[in-house]
Design a protein around this ligand. Structure first.
Ligand code: ZN
Length: 472
């Protein structure tokens, strides 16, 4: 009998973590950070709910921090086994974990300055850069679709989840007393409308299935509508000479936006703007995407390569596809963009405007009537991005209050997650013997709606509780 315990991404969408026991082997599936409100993030400081030194191996579905961000803590608690993931994921987590460590070191330093002044005891950051360096030595990138033995009686195979570069659906094969059982973890399943990535691989069999349910209660706007809106904004900005700011997440969304801008450029609709990618992290990630171009879907890869060939440019293909793309790496280069009053499209983080370089671009552009801010991702309650989307007329930065007269746009179709219909479609391929279905990685409403929808199709989905175990 194998046992699976649900330790994270159960009461929300962050902190993804599941422990599998099969015979004498113990395996951890994901080791993500809790992200969001302060109270939720407090959970990251608690000891892990199992003995890490007894875990034989870890398997990581993809690089996002809500799936990978507690890996350095796992090592801190005595884990010393291999961590398996796809090759692009092993490149991406280096960028993401290092960025997470420097943010944590910086936050702890801020807090400690305050504490020193009030005579309080100092705190330690959750982890440091050197912890990340050590963790990375345990990471092993393996190919997609290759079955690999990772512990006694346990094999793993990564299928493409189409969510971000390197993202995987994890298939785990467990052999106990000559019998094989299969656990499938969907990871985060991609939106099949998204650019660059492939559609999620079809899986046809499993005994037990963990399915994400981020958008279990809704469908996305169509990509056609979304792209038409995007084109309208760019046309308007061309007419009135304003800048366009795009607050964006570094992994996935940024590269999709670059591709979409490339399509517009090639159609001759982007003649007047220079495009600045103003985020060292997004630049590093874009370079990794570039390295793994052969993993893009065929159509988009052909589009990029065809244009690159046509221009006979010596530039690498993404830059030949969108020749007006500029990287802005240093702080000085970023500050120089403040002087541009028109003709610039600036992509910068953070995606919800609660930090990063986008904030100083907002300061220099929000008060200008001809500026446009285009939101391409989800804006959580309480973030400055959400306030702008909700129509706030002022924006606070440092001691300054900026009047918002720029146009604010929200484009709904760029989600990196499968919609309810796409989830149901993916499930429909499990033909023989439906697996036991567990809904994870979703808010309560999304999971409830997805349970209702799947049950109508003959499933009997379980919504697990935190710490619950199932035998199979
Ligand atoms: Zn993700």
């Amino acid at each position: 009998m194998a046992k699976l315990t649900f330790f994270g991404a159960i009461e929300g969408v962050t902190g993804s973590m599941y422990l599998l026991r099969a015979g004498d082997s113990r395996l951890l599936l994901d080791c993500g950070l809790f992200q969001g409100r302060r109270a939720e993030e407090e959970a990251n400081h608690k000891p892990l709910p199992f003995d890490a030194s007894k875990v034989d191996a870890m398997v990581l579905s993809h690089a996002h921090l809500d799936h990978s961000g507690r890996i350095p803590l796992l090592l801190g608690e005595g884990f010393s086994g291999p961590i398996y993931m796809t090759r692009p994921t092993s490149d991406l987590i280096e960028v993401l974990l290092k960025d997470a460590a420097s943010l944590q070191e910086r936050d702890a330093e801020w807090e400690n300055r305050r504490r020193r002044r009030s005579g309080k005891e100092e705190i330690e950051p959750l982890y440091r850069l050197e912890d990340v360096e050590e963790a990375l030595t345990y990471c092993q990138g393996v190919p997609y679709r290759k079955r690999i033995n990772i512990a006694e009686g346990v094999d793993v195979r990564f299928a493409d989840a189409g969510h971000i570069l390197g993202s995987a659906i994890v298939e785990i094969f467990i052999t106990e007393s000559g019998q094989e059982k299969k656990l499938v973890f969907s990871g985060d399943l991609g939106n099949s409308q998204a650019a660059l990535l492939r559609d999620p691989d079809i899986i046809e069999s499993a005994d037990i299935l963990l399915l994400e349910s981020t958008y279990g209660d809704r469908d996305h706007r169509t990509m056609e509508e979304t792209l038409a809106e995007f084109e309208d904004v760019i046309e308007e900005a061309t007419r009135n000479g304003g800048n366009i700011l795009i607050p964006s997440f570094a992994v996935g969304r940024t590269q999709e936006i670059i591709f979409r801008l490339g399509e517009l450029y090639q159609k001759g609709k982007l003649k007047h703007q220079a495009i600045y990618l103003d985020s060292p992290m997004a630049i590093a990630v874009t370079e990794i995407y570039h390295r793994y171009q052969d993993m893009y879907n065929e159509e988009d890869r052909d589009t990029i390569e065809t244009f690159a060939k046509r221009t006979a440019s010596k530039k690498r293909s993404l830059h030949a596809f969108l020749p007006t793309l500029r990287y802005s790496c240093t702080t000085e280069e970023s500050m120089a963009l403040n002087k541009l009053a028109s003709g610039a499209i600036i992509i910068a983080g953070s995606g919800m405007c609660n930090g990063g370089r986008i904030r100083h671009h907002l300061k220099h552009n929000l008060w200008r009537k001809q500026s446009h801010v285009v939101f391409v991702g989800f804006q959580a309650m309480g973030t400055p991005g959400r306030a702008l989307v909700d129509g706030d007329k002022t924006f606070k930065i440092g001691g300054d209050t900026i009047a918002v007269t720029a146009s604010i746009h929200t484009l709904g179709g760029f989600s990196a997650h499968a919609s309810q219909s796409q989830l149901l479609d993916w499930l429909s391929h499990f033909k023989v013997n439906k697996p036991r279905l567990f809904l994870v990685h979703g808010e309560a409403d999304a999971k409830r709606a997805l349970k209702e929808a799947t049950d109508k199709n003959g499933w009997n989905a379980t919504i697990p509780t935190l710490g619950q175990s199932v035998d199979f």
